[in-house]
Design a protein around this ligand. Structure first.
Ligand SMILES: CC(C)(COP(=O)(O)OP(=O)(O)OC[C@H]1O[C@@H](n2cnc3c(N)ncnc32)[C@H](O)[C@@H]1OP(=O)(O)O)[C@@H](O)C(=O)NCCC(=O)NCCS
Length: 136
């Protein structure tokens, strides 16, 4: 999956400042140590990985992060399916809300979240970073 992120700008869209370029598997594995953290890979019929997301549960709020679709499989509606998987996993974790941050101007990501019912918080997290919420 690290091969899906070709440069530092793509890494910033994927995860913001949380992880460092070049992304390594070790950085992702270290995230597994976070309380309430779970990471998920979506696969196709041949069990090939096509997407990834993670959830960090804090009380009953699930923070959705590191959403990505294989660059070769983008533009086919897979992100909508991925987000519905993330929502289902968050419900299974007994979350009552999902929060996420998205870099302003990331059209495909914002559109995906809006289509899934997420709404924007009126106050950005910081300039250029929007917060979105979904009540479960
Ligand atoms: C964001 C991402 C997951 C979307 O994956 P995808 O499989 O290509 O998305 P889809 O094909 O399901 O399309 C999602 C929606 O975005 C729309 N879209 C595509 N390009 C767009 C653009 N430039 N501006 C606005 N919307 C756009 C699509 O039309 C579609 O909406 P629709 O079904 O209502 O027409 C993918 O681009 C990606 O992995 N990006 C890099 C990592 C990233 O930015 N992650 C988000 C972190 S918050």
């Amino acid at each position: 999956m690290t091969g899906w992120i070709p440069d530092a700008d793509a890494l910033n869209l994927f995860t913001g400042p949380r992880l460092q370029w070049p992304l390594t598997a070790e950085q992702l594995i270290d995230m597994e140590l976070l309380d309430g953290f779970s990471a998920w890979i979506a696969v196709d019929e041949e069990l090939t990985a096509v997407g990834h997301f993670d959830l960090t549960l804090d009380h009953r709020t699930a923070r959705l992060g590191r959403v990505i679709i294989d660059p070769e499989k983008r533009g086919r509606g897979l992100a909508h399916a991925l987000i519905h998987l993330a929502i289902a996993r968050a419900r299974e974790l007994d979350a009552d809300e999902i929060q996420l941050n998205v870099i302003a101007g990331n059209g495909p990501a914002s559109r995906t979240y809006e289509r899934a019912g997420f709404t924007r918080h009126p106050t950005p997290l910081r300039p250029g970073v929007e917060r979105m919420f979904l009540a479960l």
